[in-house]
Design a protein around this ligand. Structure first.
Ligand code: ZN
Length: 503
């Protein structure tokens, strides 16, 4: 067989894996939106069956053989050639799937179910001790998982690489140390001042009008309803079945305008990225997003940098006032802008504002490293959590329920690799936006007129269309000419919050 035939066979086999996963995704979307309760037991089994068959097809040694045979062809092509990239990315996926023994995964999955159940009752009871033996076992499993990928510098490296390919503990740690040093003074300066009044977005806003307005907003920024749809759910998410069908979900609180509005813009940011993949990659491993961090860079760029900017509301506030004339009567653009950018001490990561959010992530990331290294014991986590919170945010959680027990991640996943993407997203989002402004300085003025296509087209051209072809560090270098850097993000924070507060 010549390489052309082998490449076709590889693509056909991988398309089958993709089709099975996409069909599984339809089942998952339905489960989280419209499925009646009675469907739950069968649906869980159906999704597990689809996932198992997809996995069996992916780890077929025939794929390994094709990848080996195609290596000379891959090496004869430029790095960014589509075929070379397809083989490179497929090999990474294949190795990740085949290096971990199925027997280990079965044991780990069984443990994760038990650990999740322990957490689900321990959190409302504020009983961290109940989860300690489970977390200790999770830590052992996480170390064992990392050891299937030998040759690392830090034991967290393989776990970080699963979500944020190309990043390592050392590079993230250095970046976060600089970020913390620059960000804590900004947070403390703001928190020492009078908090913003956000009562104007905490009035009664009926659901139907909120949903209609949010639909207009995401359509305006470029979300394509011909290739997607918007539905309600409990925890908003974006899900992709193909480049031609990328769906978003939201939830509504009638007593708080921010929930539906900003979760919608956030999910639409993820969806713009997925809808923007080059159509010729559809059904191949090259479709989708580069990493957790790059994905988050897009949801946060649209949600925070664009959606919480003054210019954005210069255009949209008059429209919002037409929908809610009584609730927003007399509310000025400045007052509204301050309300949607209120900074406050909060215990809960998911409620945190744009300024304090990274502090929530960085402490979790550092605890993950310390736990994996063995320099922090699981039983000492609650105390370490309180100390660090006090130092960074000036408050400490009164209990573990709103402290170390608040996120599900460690209780149903690994310890290591699960949090860094959120903050990397904030950092890269600002870096990408700065590069877009350098190419098109007119973007902020355009946003003030409700025109988003220059920014959207720049993001498609430079980021979205490449799908998974480049890792995050490769992509950042390609797009900005520099390595991942906190400077644009800190400049952005200082400029924006310097207008809202005295810094
Ligand atoms: Zn997100």
């Amino acid at each position: 067989m010549d390489h052309k035939k082998k490449l076709d066979e590889l693509k056909n086999r991988l398309r089958e894996v993709n089709d099975l996963r996409s069909a599984g995704a339809v089942l998952a979307w339905d489960q989280m939106t419209y499925m009646p309760e009675g469907g739950a037991p069968a649906r869980g089994r159906q999704m597990a069956t689809m996932a198992r068959i997809a996995q069996e097809k992916l780890i077929d040694p025939a794929i390994g053989k094709l990848l080996d045979d195609l290596r000379p062809h891959e090496e004869s092509l430029p790095f960014d050639d589509d075929d070379a990239s397809l083989v490179r990315v497929a090999r990474r996926d294949y190795e990740r799937a085949t290096r971990v023994p199925p027997e280990f995964m079965a044991r780990f999955n069984e443990h994760q179910v038990e650990s999740y159940q322990a957490w689900a009752t321990a959190r409302p009871a504020d009983d961290f001790a109940k989860t300690t033996p489970h977390l200790e076992k999770t830590l052992d499993f996480s170390r064992e998982l990392a050891d299937y990928f030998p040759g690392y510098d830090h034991i967290a490296d393989p776990l970080i690489d699963f979500a944020d390919t190309g990043m390592k503990a050392a590079s993230v740690r250095a970046l976060f140390a600089d970020l913390r040093a620059a960000q804590v003074p900004v947070v403390q300066a703001i928190l020492a001042q009078e908090p913003a009044n956000d009562s104007c977005i905490r009035r009664h806003f009926p659901e139907r009008e909120q949903m209609a307005f949010c639909e207009d907003v995401v359509r305006a920024i470029g979300y394509d309803f011909q290739r997607g749809r918007l539905d309600k759910t409990h925890h908003p998410f974006t899900i992709t079945f193909s480049t031609g069908d990328v769906r978003i979900t939201t939830r509504v609180r009638e007593d708080y305008l921010g929930e539906c509005l900003f979760s919608n813009i956030h999910e639409a940011g993820h969806a713009l990225y997925e809808q923007g993949s080059d159509p010729k990659y559809d059904g191949t491993p090259l479709a989708g997003g580069a990493s957790a961090g790059v994905h988050e860079s897009q949801s946060r760029l649209w949600e925070n940098i664009v959606g919480r900017s003054r210019g954005f509301w210069e255009f949209f506030l008059p429209k919002l006032k037409k929908v809610f004339p009584d609730q927003l009567r007399g509310v000025s653009l400045d007052a509204f802008h301050r309300a949607i950018n209120k900074v406050e001490r909060s215990l809960i990561r998911t409620d945190a504002d744009e300024v304090t959010y990274n502090l929530h992530i960085m402490l979790r990331f550092e605890f993950e490293l310390a736990l994996l290294e063995g320099s922090l014991a699981v039983r000492d986590l609650p105390e370490a959590w309180r100390e660090r919170f006090q130092a960074d945010l000036g408050i400490a959680p009164p209990d573990d329920k709103d402290g170390v027990l608040q996120d599900v991640h460690w209780y149903d996943g690994t310890i290591g690799g699960v949090f860094q993407g959120y903050t990397l997203g904030n950092v890269m989002g600002a870096q990408f936006y700065q590069a877009a402004l350098k190419a098109h300085p007119e973007i902020p003025q355009e946003i003030g007129r409700g025109k988003f296509d220059t920014l959207h087209a720049w993001l498609v051209e430079n980021i979205y269309r490449h799908g998974r072809k480049y890792t995050a560090p490769e992509l950042v270098r390609r797009v900005t000419g520099a390595d991942i850097s906190i400077t644009p993000y800190i400049q952005y924070l200082r400029a924006k919050y310097g207008d809202l507060y005295t810094l």
